[in-house]
Design a protein around this ligand. Structure first.
Ligand code: BGC
Length: 458
């Protein structure tokens, strides 16, 4: 007789992927410790990278280009900030990087980006000196706002010749080589910082930025005096700190599937929290669970379907489609399985797969919420003030009930003060944020653009 996953396996999985309230509190305590260590320059899993910028005044003005590089979608923006509180003008275009461009040579990567910027300007007849704000969604070690070395690639990027190099220099060199004159990179920031800036431009209570997408990370506003490790020159009272929280690894409830996933990843031993929380990995975790259960004859009649057979085929978008099904018998999930070539799909398998999805994403949402709660409570332990957290990323915006589960976790942890932690959706803000940082960097004069007098008609 065909075996199906019994209650014992379900209980076992719930145990493996469950995160109790006590564990969340332990994580928060450990997170505070890691934040302090990172700020002091001691070894730990949070790098706490100074971003050399504070939140904007909302009165920044001028005309800027922004480059948003972080996913395979590269975006270029032309941004006009009026400087009087009225709405900015944004014009945007994007293109897709190929696997080869992100995984072979840095020169190829930056060359493609420079050509795209050139085309963006050419198509709109823009010329003249244009300052550019650069959002680079990886860990960068900065000593000023206009330089920063890539510490390590994440999210499966591997282009050679970039780690340890100043990415501003690489971009400027590529712009020169590709014949894109007049564009000058004036500032560099992480995507979390860009997202924080974009929302803080509108809301002064915004003091943290978070990405929950392919990768994950958090930045927040810290008192400069708290950053005790040596930093470059900076004279303001507060500074944004990019925590690189995806690398957090203290007190995480890791299980054998996490260990397996890490072992086959491009960055073994790094990004422990990211590997439990972000879109690059949620589908893969589910695939590992399914492959294990199937290998024990407990799913799919012991025959592993193609989509679960190799790393990278079953993505988080597939997992989210399964979880989106709220029918009692998981009929829609079953139909999805059939779309993916599993015929005839079994009702038990589709229900079980949906349970697995709920466990994996539920754990992710709880851990993501704890990391944000820890960030904010370091400096406001009793949540005496409201905190607006600018959040972007596909997992946050598209994964069913992800945000709701994060909010439920805040409720469980802080009860009637939970609403002092406000998750504010900031979609595609990191490019706009880079333009604001560029404006704050070069002062209020802005960039002069020649080639048109009136606002161009895009
Ligand atoms: C990177 C961070 C980035 C995050 C979200 C992580 O893999 O290390 O710098 O902010 O992804 O894009």
């Amino acid at each position: 007789m065909r075996k199906t996953a019994g209650e014992a396996e379900r209980i076992q999985l719930r145990r493996l992927f469950g995160v109790s309230g006590a564990r969340l509190r332990a994580m928060i305590g450990a997170f505070h410790g890691e934040m302090r260590r990172g700020l002091a320059g001691e070894p730990g899993s949070l790098q706490m990278l100074p971003a050399y910028v504070d939140i904007p005044t909302g009165l920044e003005r001028g005309t800027f280009l922004a480059l948003d590089l972080g996913g395979t979608n590269v975006r270029v923006l032309w941004v006009e900030l009026p400087g009087d509180g009225s709405s900015p003008t944004l014009v945007e275009d994007q293109f897709q990087l190929s696997r080869e461009q992100i995984a072979s040579e840095g020169k190829l990567l930056f060359g493609a980006i420079a050509r795209f910027i050139g085309r963006f300007l050419g198509e709109r007849n823009l010329s003249g000196r244009l300052p550019l704000g650069f959002t680079f969604s990886f860990a960068i070690r900065q000593r000023s706002i206009a330089r920063g070395e890539l510490i390590a690639w994440t999210k499966g990027w591997t282009a050679e010749g970039v780690v340890g190099r100043d990415v501003v220099e690489l971009l400027n060199a590529a712009l020169g080589e590709e014949g894109v004159p007049g564009v000058r990179v004036v500032s560099l920031n992480n995507d979390t910082t860009g997202t924080l800036m974009a929302l803080a431009f509108l809301d002064a209570d915004c003091d943290a930025g978070c990405i929950l997408g392919t990768g994950t990370n958090i930045c927040y506003r810290e008192r400069t005096a708290e950053i005790r490790k040596p930093t470059g020159p900076y004279d303001r009272e507060f500074m944004v700190v990019n925590m690189e929280s995806g690398n957090f690894n203290a007190s995480l409830p890791r299980n054998r599937y996490d260990v397996l996933l890490d072992g086959a990843s491009e960055n073994l031993g790094s990004q422990a929290e990211e590997k439990m929380v972000s879109g690059k990995y949620l589908g893969e975790l589910a695939r590992l669970v399914v492959a294990d259960l199937c290998g024990r004859g407990l799913m799919f009649g012991g025959r592993l379907p193609e989509i679960f057979a190799a790393r990278g085929k079953f993505g988080s978008e597939h997992l989210s489609e399964i979880e989106a099904d709220e029918t009692p018998a998981a009929d829609e999930a079953r139909a999805r399985l059939e779309d993916w070539g599993i015929r005839p799909a079994d009702g038990d398998d589709s229900r079980f797969l949906r349970d697995i999805a709920r466990l994996i994403s539920g754990r992710a949402a709880r851990i993501a919420a704890a990391a944000l709660a820890a960030t904010v409570t370091k400096n406001d332990p009793a949540l005496d003030r409201p905190h607006v957290i600018a959040v972007d990323g596909s997992v946050f915006h598209k994964y069913p009930r992800f945000r709701a589960r994060m909010e439920e976790t805040f409720g469980e942890l802080y009860r009637d003060r939970a609403d002092r932690l406000w998750l504010a959706s900031m979609q595609d803000g990191s490019g706009f944020g880079a333009a604001i940082i560029a404006a704050a960097t070069i002062g209020s004069s802005g960039g002069a653009v020649s080639g048109f007098r009136e606002k161009p008609d895009f």
